[in-house]
Ligand binder design. Sequence first.
Ligand SMILES: [Zn+2]
Length: 382
Amino acid sequence: MVYKEYGIMLPISPSRADRIMAFLKQALVEQPSLGPVYTAAEARGVLGETGFAGNTAPENSVIGREDLERVHAQEFIAALYEDEPDAGGLVRALLNAWELIDPQGRPNRYEPDKAVKPLQALFRTVLLQVGGTYLAARLALSGTAGKPPFCYYLGGGMHHGRYDHGAGFCLVNDIMIAARKLQAEHRATLIWVVDVDAHKGCGTAELVQFARERGELGQGSTIPDILNLSVHMARGWPLDEDAAQPGRAPCIPADVEIPIEAGAEAGYIPKLAQGLQQLEGLSGGAKPDLVMVVDGADPYEHDGLPSSGLLKLSLEQCVQRDQLIYEYLRERNLPSVWIMAGGYGERAWEPVAHFLNTLATTPNMAGNRGYFSEEGAKKYYI
Ligand SMILES: [Zn+2]
């Protein structure tokens, strides 16, 4: 999404997905390809979904209000849909999620006079992204027979979306909304979330726990469950901020929580491998119907966001990380949807592009479900 149109000044390159696609097109000449590449509209066509394209109202997205209410607090969702239009709930929620006003009331990374679109319009873009995560998961679940069921979505990854508020550039939590919708539609019972973004997936862990407390998710029974693994910076945002603010709900640990200290990058890959084994152990022999990989590129040493600077994986380590997860899932023939998630600055496209290129040039990977990205023709599913 193009944040500058809303006056939001973040080091997020609007052309990240396009640069990944351009790199792959160039690299794939004379090589086996990954398979079909879909836009959002084409993905909908393949899945036989209607609505969504050309509809600008949030309620016409493939994601409906009931999908948000399945996961988030009712009052929070009522504010987003402006049940009380004069209350300014949507704008307040957006300012909060993108931290556009500092504690002293001053604009932070926010220049509203440069905006060419009203801030409220960002909600529709967010809903399209959530729909993208859901559609990509559906594509993964409809994988070609005999091929590893896999879909990479060049968008999404709002893992900081908490129960009753947005945080860390995430208004709502697309991962949980998509996962719970798939479960409600009986398309999946057990889902794993493997989150390798540099920042801890605090929203996802909280939403899983709250749903378990409500009895909607339950481990070791026939009730659907979502088991989550998070490997992230041991310190920094959001962990330190929550610890420093009295009264703020603490970050809830994931089922498999793997904090990595600054300078301990050499232990990253072995710990991740061990974590995947633990996740399998927690599943008690049950195979997940779907694995959602939150494939943040911000652990990359050349990432442009200061708050992800405590983890510095080389390009080679980033690719190894993704290959490890991919191979692990492929060996077990587990369907997986990969969501692009965090990645900031001019080089954020590199880890994803190089990982996908390794898949394309490995013969047994060809024929996967495609990549995909958001908003009309600008989103691709690979
Ligand atoms: Zn991140």
